[in-house]
Design a protein around this ligand. Structure first.
Ligand SMILES: C[S@@+](CC[C@H](N)C(=O)[O-])C[C@H]1O[C@@H](n2cnc3c(N)ncnc32)[C@H](O)[C@@H]1O
Length: 320
């Protein structure tokens, strides 16, 4: 069966470094129930690219044809009338169409649409792309790049997670559903909460450390986000959430590690049915004690020659 006959609605394009390969695949499995190939994925599932660190674009397929002239004919037949539009050429893996030819194709499409174009501030962006002998015409939605401003949050600390991992924890915890009620159980200075607020997720956070919880509040306020942050041990929270993220504390003394970590996981497990846990060691045994099972996991390496440094565990409540 060809991709065309599968009649899928969206093409997603991805961009990530090699050290995030596993993390991106974990996200893909949770958002789309499959992994991409050639840094792209065809799917019927509608995901906002801005919730992901790795999705670059969502291309909504309007028309397709294995014959380019046929595609242009179909666009004209569609009789599109729209103002302030732009047309882009989306280069996918294996497409070696020359630059001059790509420009000509953009003109062909521009002339097939009725209305004024607007290159700098378009209301709608159409695009054309070519993959495995099929030409596609559709609407292009790009990831909002403004999340990168969070790199300059006023308060940070050495144990803060990177913003791309933080974003992935949100997308995996929520499976892309913005109605998911989320908890950041060990919020630190709020790196994860910032990513959730940026795309409109409903999230609350707590931290046992007053300074950390206060820095989260100040970081959120700096970007004009509103979310509840509790100065509290997660065991005292007494609220319910759809999913909770636990970025476990590191650098604890060996003999107390397991006890502290175990308490945090067990307390958070009482508040949500889905947990995403970040650890620096294998915590399989601790998770198994909570009545949750590990449904997915991955390792996150450092860029460059650095060694692997984090593990991410997706845990779901066992159905008795
Ligand atoms: C690795 S840090 C989290 C970093 C955070 N994700 C960030 O990027 O800023 C772990 C946090 O867990 C908090 N913590 C430790 N035990 C806790 C508990 N029982 N309840 C809530 N927070 C706890 C610590 O104070 C620390 O801020």
């Amino acid at each position: 069966m060809t991709l065309k006959t599968l009649n899928l609605r969206y093409i997603y394009t991805f961009n990530y470094d090699r050290h995030h390969d596993e993390l991106c695949k974990l996200e893909s499995r949770q958002l789309f129930a499959e992994e991409g190939k050639d840094k792209l994925l065809f799917s019927n599932i509608n995901v906002d690219p801005s919730i992901s660190s790795f999705i670059k674009n969502r291309f909504e397929i309007i028309l397709s044809s294995d014959n380019y002239s046929e595609l242009i004919k179909k666009i004209k037949q569609k009789d599109i009338h729209v103002e302030e539009f732009k047309v882009e050429y989306l280069i996918l893996e294996g497409d070696d169409t020359a630059y001059s030819e790509r420009l000509q194709k953009l003109r062909d499409i521009g002339y097939s649409i009725e209305g004024e174009s607007n290159y700098h501030a378009p209301i709608i962006t159409y695009a054309i792309c070519h993959y495995q002998d099929v030409w596609y015409f559709g609407i292009l939605i790009k990831k909002n790049p403004n999340w990168l401003k969070h790199k300059k949050k006023p308060y940070s600390f050495s144990n803060s997670i990177s913003i791309d991992i933080a974003k992935t924890l949100i997308s995996v915890a929520s499976k892309g559903n913005k109605k998911t009620k989320l908890l950041d159980a060990c919020c630190g200075v709020g790196t994860i909460m910032l990513e959730a607020c940026f795309v409109g997720f409903n999230i609350e956070g707590c931290d046992i450390n007053w300074k950390a919880s206060n820095h989260t509040k100040l970081n959120l306020a700096h970007f004009n986000y509103t979310a509840n942050v509790y100065y509290s041990d997660v065991k005292d929270l007494g609220k319910k959430y759809d999913a909770a993220i636990i970025d476990l504390p590191y650098n604890l003394y060996a003999y107390s590690d397991d006890l502290i970590i175990s308490n945090i996981i067990e307390s958070t497990a009482k508040l949500a049915t889905r947990l995403i846990i970040v650890s620096i060691s294998d915590i399989t045994d601790l998770i198994n004690k909570t009545g949750f099972h590990i449904s997915d996991s991955c390792n996150v390496g450092k860029s460059g020659k650095g060694k692997f440094f984090r593990k991410i565990w997706l845990c779901e409540k066992k159905i008795m």
